[in-house]
Design a binder for this molecule. Sequence first.
Ligand code: FES
Length: 256
Amino acid sequence: MAVESALSPRPASAREASPGRAWWIEPALTVICYSAFVIYATWSVFDQVNVVFYPYVSPFFSLWLGFGLIRVPIIGILLPILAAVPLGLRGSCYYYRKSYFRSFFWDPPACAIQELKRGRYRGETRFPWVLNNYHRYFLILSLITLVFLWADVVRAFTYQGSFFIGLGSVFMLVNVILLSLYTLTCHSFRYLMGGRIDAFSRVRFGRAWHRIAMLLNYANPRHGFYAWVSMFSVALTDVYIRLLMAGVIHEPRIIF
Ligand code: FES
């Protein structure tokens, strides 16, 4: 018996594959949330206002070198260049790729559903998709950015030389934890930390590498979840600090 005759024909469309179900809700929500985030982030970065409310700094403006001892000019040429790092990481992220190809381009909208434009996909050989090949470099740059974000969090718990806790400190801490989880569960990071090793028993510190690789294997399936929550936490932290700057809210603070 020919194998082909045992297989059911491929669904021609999402509607046929999920008759009577609101299959379009997830892609529609994805389009709305991603678009809203990109529009908000672009506005925030180019708003010509440094989103800083002592000792807080928005994650979009986390560019103060050396705990604020040296400040780099963040508006102008430098900021757009540095903004390309998180944008590049998320734009070339394997989870986001799946998500935006399904939701924005419907190419294809889900597994086992025909592509809309069959035969025109050229993989990652043409601009702009060829940029996805640079994901590992965006990852390395993002790991450096994380160091700045953590430095900002340390400063956010310090007020005039004293340790203190404000709601903004907590916002910033939660945000950097979520961003770290998103970055450290990256597929490229997993490869860097163990995927390239053929036999752990034959390399130095093989046991430690093996433990790290197992931990990342365990955490990796949650990468999509961290992608979503860290996107919201970045925007919410920025909004919170803007509200403080505008005097719309006054936060409770405990100074020790
Ligand atoms: Fe998502 Fe690397 S950040 S796969």
